[in-house]
Ligand binder design. Structure first.
Ligand code: 6PG
Length: 256
């Protein structure tokens, strides 16, 4: 059961996006003050588009964010080229990166276009290792992101960690290829050991279709985690749910 104070509800996706943008700015400024960079693993799907757009276009956020100190990574990617409509990189690129001077940006793209998704996972993990070891930003042999942004599907998946898929059992590798039977496709995803080493996790969830699962995830105390999103538990960090009113409609323990 997540304590109510870790859940914030906003009237709509626009308000949620601006609030998440302000939280992003706070975390970025604190991280840069602490260790000169801000490392963030971006979420895919559609919900974060509003946040990414706000970061690049809200005058206050755009001016205050220490862009050149940020290293953008991707928590997961589809097994598609970067220009594909399903690409998480393409979504973030259209919403944010294309709206900013290229010289401000350090974007570590997950090469989802590679024919072998396992090779893509290994290449990305090696790039992460080079960066995090050089920066001294490790936590017991895993990279410690300053921020991991995650969404949640109506089935309780997060990143590309779907119920019943092999990636959920991974305890050593940082990034893996994950066959998702229900989608009949591979995904490439960071694993729970990496996600759970984050200093800050923000769960960004919007839309009425998420309300039933959110009530179950946040308010039913089951002995064992039933959904992948419940296995996201920061070892030494914070986990904040940032919701719109529609997604929070079935919650009883928080003011919506
Ligand atoms: C992805 C995401 C995935 C997403 C959820 C919610 O690659 O699709 O990583 O975990 O966050 O499916 O997606 P929506 O924001 O589109 O509802």
């Amino acid at each position: 059961m997540v304590k109510p104070q870790q859940v914030e509800v906003y009237p709509d996706v626009a308000a949620l996006s601006v609030a998440a943008g302000q939280r992003f700015l706070q975390l970025a400024q604190a991280a840069v003050a602490r260790h000169s960079v801000f490392t963030v693993a971006l979420a895919g799907g559609s919900t974060p588009r509003g946040l990414y757009t706000a970061l690049a276009t809200d005058p206050h956020l755009r001016a205050a964010i220490p862009w050149a100190r940020i290293h953008f990574f991707f928590g997961d990617e589809r097994h598609v080229p970067p220009g594909h409509p399903d690409s998480n990189f393409r979504m973030a690129d259209e919403a944010m990166f294309q709206r900013l001077p290229r010289e401000w940006l350090h974007v570590h793209r997950l090469p989802g276009e590679l024919p072998d998704p396992a090779e893509a996972a290994d290449i990305y993990a090696a790039e992460m290792r080079r960066f995090f070891e050089a920066q001294g930003l490790m936590e017991d042999e895993f990279p410690r992101f300053d921020l991991v942004l995650l969404g949640m599907g109506p089935d309780g998946h997060t990143a590309s960690l779907f119920h019943g898929t092999p990636a959920l059992q991974e305890t050593r590798r940082w990034v893996v290829a994950n066959w998702v039977e229900k989608l009949k496709t591979h995904r490439i995803t960071m694993t729970l050991p990496v996600l759970n080493r984050a200093a800050g996790i923000i769960m960004l969830v919007a839309g009425a279709e998420k309300a039933p699962i959110l009530a179950e995830v946040l308010e039913l105390t089951a002995p064992e985690p039933k959904y992948p999103v419940q296995m996201v538990q920061p070892v030494k960090g914070t986990k904040r749910w940032m919701l719109d009113k529609a997604a929070a409609a079935e919650l009883t323990a928080v003011q919506t």
